[in-house]
Write a protein that binds this ligand. Structure first.
Ligand SMILES: Cc1cc2nc3c(=O)[nH]c(=O)nc-3n(C[C@H](O)[C@H](O)[C@H](O)COP(=O)(O)OP(=O)(O)OC[C@H]3O[C@@H](n4cnc5c(N)ncnc54)[C@H](O)[C@@H]3O)c2cc1C
Length: 448
């Protein structure tokens, strides 16, 4: 049993300024890469021991990739070559800005500079019932859980004698048509066409419905209207039912009810409808802005603090061009991490910091196998195969580590020619205690 009383942070004393970074995501990672252990003692806390490449998480959920293809251990990335760098696998609870101390599950640590790079978590907009029964897609365990849920649903659909139950197993409802929802829907549609009929020859997959539900009036709202229109067309060609201006009212694990009264029977509702900042304790409500994010100035300093910074998804930096803050995608986090490293060095040299200026490199989303949409700088909008090629290169380029690049690329090439998805394994890291169907299925199978 884990005994927290026997654990300490065990960080060596130092005479150098200590930078404590909470989170080894895109922001934290790029900050550490550009900081120098000669000038600072660098301490990174993360509640997981790996950096996740979340843009490809949906491929883990749809049996395209194994988790180790999209995640890299933080200790491997920052090995002994990184001077005076200390990683601790620990959840940070909060900060005491007066005592200049970070509070963790296993003790407190004083800091000279604190960087909050905790990203976001799923936002259920206060709907506890939806939170309890739907599947979110923010972490690797959640992706594996969803993959298992989908595969178990097909297993059960192929043997049930109850047509209504079969219908609810074959109806997949994805809520939220942002990049995650769109990519998930496209990938599932390809699976329905090319993979599942071979696995379940007795099951009629014309009865499998993939619904993509969006509250706004177009799919991919963060992208251009051109990209939205193309994406909807591609999705509909793949047989995805796109429901716009549709809001979920409730979901009891069996039936989704939309505002207006329409209902869909479904065992699998994927919640990709929104995120909110993964806050830690210690900040007043006044500095928590839109989307549960910490308000920062143009140097990423949290409002009211000279020595606390926030970067990436958790930071709300309002500028003329981005009055609601930067988009919650990887590039602002990467660029803010790199920029903050320069500013921290300036601070210890007693030089003035420079303002962060976001360079928008464009956005991409993939729909199904070989089609994508791209909004590029200069008002260039691409679609179809050429956008897919761009998507492929960008994702391979930004994947962390040579091994991951090789694994993902070879996997994609193999799948391109064979349509195969080799990772259709039901490995359920956790089952909701109240998920009777999944519980019974696993328990009864394991007993027999
Ligand atoms: C499914 C999915 C698909 C996405 N697709 C795209 C895409 O196609 N393109 C794109 O550009 N962006 C995409 N994004 C968004 C992109 O991943 C984020 O914008 C980016 O990860 C933000 O980086 P970050 O460093 O702010 O946070 P993250 O990368 O989320 O890292 C936060 C880190 O903080 C750690 N942490 C959080 N709270 C604590 C705590 N209390 N104590 C210790 N550690 C903590 C977490 O474990 C995590 O490692 C996607 C995100 C998801 C979830």
């Amino acid at each position: 049993m884990l005994n927290f009383d026997k654990l300490t942070l065990n960080i060596p004393e130092t005479t150098k300024p200590r930078v404590v970074i909470i989170g080894g995501g895109f922001g934290g990672l790029n900050l550490v890469k550009k900081l120098n252990g000669k000038d600072f003692q660098i301490v990174m806390f993360d509640k997981q021991n790996y950096h996740g490449f979340w843009p490809l998480l949906y491929q883990v959920a749809t049996a395209g990739l194994e988790p180790d293809a999209i995640a890299e251990p933080l200790r491997k990335m920052f090995d002994e070559d990184y001077e005076d760098f200390h990683f601790r696998l620990v959840r940070v609870l909060g900060v005491d800005p007066v005592a200049k101390t970070v509070k963790t599950m296993i003790g407190d640590l004083p800091y000279d500079y604190l960087v909050i790079a905790t990203g976001t978590k799923a936002n259920f907009f206060g709907n506890d019932q939806v939170q309890k029964y739907s599947f979110s897609l923010k972490t690797i365990p959640e992706a594996l859980n969803l993959r298992s849920q989908l595969l178990q649903s097909f297993e059960q659909a192929s043997i049930t004698v109850d047509p209504l139950f079969r219908e609810s197993l074959l109806n997949i409802v994805i809520v939220g048509a942002g990049p995650t929802g769109v990519e998930m829907a496209g990938s599932l549609a390809e699976m329905r066409k090319h993979v599942l009929p071979g696995d379940y020859p007795g099951l009629d997959f014309s009865k499998m419905n993939i619904y993509l539900v969006e509250g706004l009036d177009r799919v991919l709202p963060p992208m251009s209207p051109e990209a939205s229109a193309k994406t909807q067309k591609y999705l509909e060609e793949l047989g995805v039912v796109v429901k716009l201006k549709t809001l979920v009212e409730s979901y009891d694990g069996e039936v989704v009810t939309f505002k207006g009264g329409e209902q869909i029977r479904s065992q699998t509702v994927v919640w990709a409808a929104g995120v909110t900042g993964a806050l830690i304790d210690g900040f007043s409500k006044e500095i928590i802005g839109r989307g549960g994010r910490l308000m920062v100035n143009e140097f990423n300093q949290v409002e009211g603090f000279a020595d606390i910074f926030a970067i990436g998804d958790i930071a709300l930096m309002r500028t003329e061009k981005y009055p609601n803050g930067h988009p919650g995608v990887a590039q602002p986090a990467i660029q803010q991490g790199q920029h903050l490293a320069k500013n921290l060095r300036r601070l210890i040299r007693r030089e003035p910091m420079t303002k962060f200026d976001y360079f928008d490199k464009g956005s991409l989303a993939i729909i199904g196998r070989v089609r994508a949409v791209a909004d590029l700088p200069g008002n260039i909008h691409l679609g179809g195969f050429i956008a897919w090629v761009a998507w492929l290169f960008v994702h391979i380029y930004y994947l962390i580590g040579f091994r991951s690049k090789l694994v993902v690329l070879s996997n994609w090439i193999y799948r391109l020619f064979t349509y195969e998805r080799g990772t259709r394994l039901i490995i359920r890291p956790f089952i909701r205690k109240d998920d009777k169907v999944a519980q019974d299925f696993v328990v009864k199978n394991e007993m027999s």
